[in-house]
Ligand binder design. Structure first.
Ligand code: MG
Length: 466
């Protein structure tokens, strides 16, 4: 009698649970603003100390070829929140590249957000931080699937008051009162101007409180923490003044690193680490035109606003002790748009099937059961497709300086072609050597364009000036 029982035990111990019974993880998405590929110690920065993010990387995965959906704030956030390229939601524009305080548009109600998808699956949902997907009440987080919201509705350099100095000096030598940015709780303004010095700390406190409040019981949670920093103007709390070898920008990133430590410590302390997937990334590359107050894309070319790698490739860490392998470096392709289908599948649901999703299921790579299914990346500037990556190759149909209308806009025929694994800095054009690769990428671009339906543009409409 004993032998058959023993023989059966290993099967009991190792058989995977049926999918329906698999525990549904909590999800925390930490999204910074304008942080570059080269701004963390675990991505090679020599003078910004990020011990908490480095530990997160050591305990989880560090991806090296992970992308966002656009190189500026609004469309990148739309991509993350919808799992779709912003061209499909009308959340990108060539003339007005982001939403402004006088914009009247926002993320359409017809889009299914990550928060709505997870709430439909029984998750509690909270948003903390910068939104920038529309600040009119109908566009705010609490009308897009979040149970609660605490944060600023657009960028921290907006709402500049007439009394502030003109030009760059208001940004590079900032005072709180130059920027009349409101702080909201749900849809109500609770502070204006926002005291930006304590914003990172207060976002952290709100986030930890949300996690604590949603740990009891069986209901999983989704927390979206979108830091306003290190987008200029740079502010940090007193505790982080002059702590970094990298100066003011380093102070700001080191406070964000502290924040990550607080959140992971709370999750560990509450005993929910093995039920919680935490990811960390940023919305777009470093704002290089702000010199030392902008970050670094490391070895990647250019930064925010451009379709070179430095504009759209970002640090990406994934942490889920016991499920995501510890200490793994992942060179597979991934994007922020992949988080929606991946999270919905982890939650036991099905991604929306009534629309085109640009995101793919990253579970094989996250759970180390196989490669990422993604083999391509589309790089838009505004509403125009500038470049396409297929496997290791990237073709630039158009290149342009990151800012200014038509500044050095160059159409390339043949397109520039780079092998990003051999040449991550995009220095050596291979177009003459590989016409067959260019032909494949052109076919892919044409097939992609054929899937894009015209929709109302949400960034075009602004209140006329008096
Ligand atoms: Mg940004």
């Amino acid at each position: 009698m004993i032998a058959p029982l023993l023989a059966a035990l290993p099967m009991l111990a190792t058989a995977p649970p049926p999918l329906d019974d698999a525990p549904r993880p909590n999800l925390v998405v930490i999204f910074t603003d304008d942080l570059g590929y080269g701004d963390l110690s675990c991505y090679g920065n020599p003078t910004i100390a990020t011990p908490h993010l480095d530990r997160m990387a050591a305990e989880g995965q560090r991806w090296t070829q992970f992308y966002v959906g656009a190189s500026v704030c609004t469309p990148s956030r739309a991509a993350l929140m919808t799992g779709r390229l912003p061209i499909r939601s009308g959340m990108c524009n060539t003339r007005h590249r982001v939403l402004f305080p006088d914009s009247t548009g926002g993320l359409p109600a017809s889009e299914t957000t990550l928060a709505e998808a997870l709430r439909d699956l029984g998750y509690a949902t909270g948003a903390v931080g910068k939104w920038h997907l529309g600040h009119r009440p109908e566009y705010l987080p609490t009308n897009h699937g979040f149970d609660s919201y605490y944060g600023i509705p657009y960028s921290n350099d907006m709402d500049r008051l007439p009394s502030a100095p003109s030009g760059r000096v208001a940004i590079t030598e900032p005072q709180i009162e130059y920027f009349n940015v409101p702080l909201l709780r749900d849809t109500e303004i609770i502070e204006r101007p926002t005291d930006q010095r304590t914003l990172t700390r207060r976002y952290t406190e709100q986030s930890v409180r949300f996690i604590r409040d949603h740990t009891e019981g069986d209901q999983p949670f989704f927390l979206y923490l979108a830091h306003s920093m290190p987008h200029v103007p740079l502010f940090r709390s007193q505790q982080f003044e002059d702590v970094s070898l990298r100066g003011l920008y380093g102070d700001v990133v080191e406070e964000i690193d502290w924040s990550v430590g607080q959140i992971l410590d709370a999750i560990r302390g509450l005993g929910i680490a093995e039920q919680t997937l935490v990811v960390f990334t940023s919305d777009n590359g470093p704002w290089l035109t702000y010199d030392q107050q902008g970050g670094s894309a490391g070895l990647l070319r250019n930064g925010k606003g451009s379709t070179w790698e430095g504009g759209m490739r970002e640090p990406f860490l994934a942490w889920w002790p016991g499920t995501v392998p510890a200490g793994q470096v992942v060179p597979d392709l991934g994007t922020t748009m992949d988080l929606l289908p991946t999270a919905v599948l982890l939650a036991g649901g099905e991604p929306p099937s009534d629309r085109i999703l640009d995101g793919v299921d990253l579970r094989p790579a996250l759970l180390d059961t196989g490669p990422s299914p993604r083999d391509s990346v589309f790089y838009y500037r505004g509403t125009e497709l500038y470049a396409v990556r297929l496997g290791p190759y990237k073709a630039h149909f158009i290149t342009q300086e990151p800012y200014g209308q038509n500044t050095n806009r160059i159409e390339h025929d043949p397109p520039l072609l780079f092998h990003l694994e051999h040449d991550p800095s995009e220095r050596f054009d291979l177009s003459a050597d590989h016409p067959e690769v260019l032909a494949r990428i052109r076919r892919l671009a044409d097939a992609h364009r054929a899937t894009v339906e015209p929709v109302p543009n949400q960034l075009e409409t602004r209140i006329p000036a008096d």
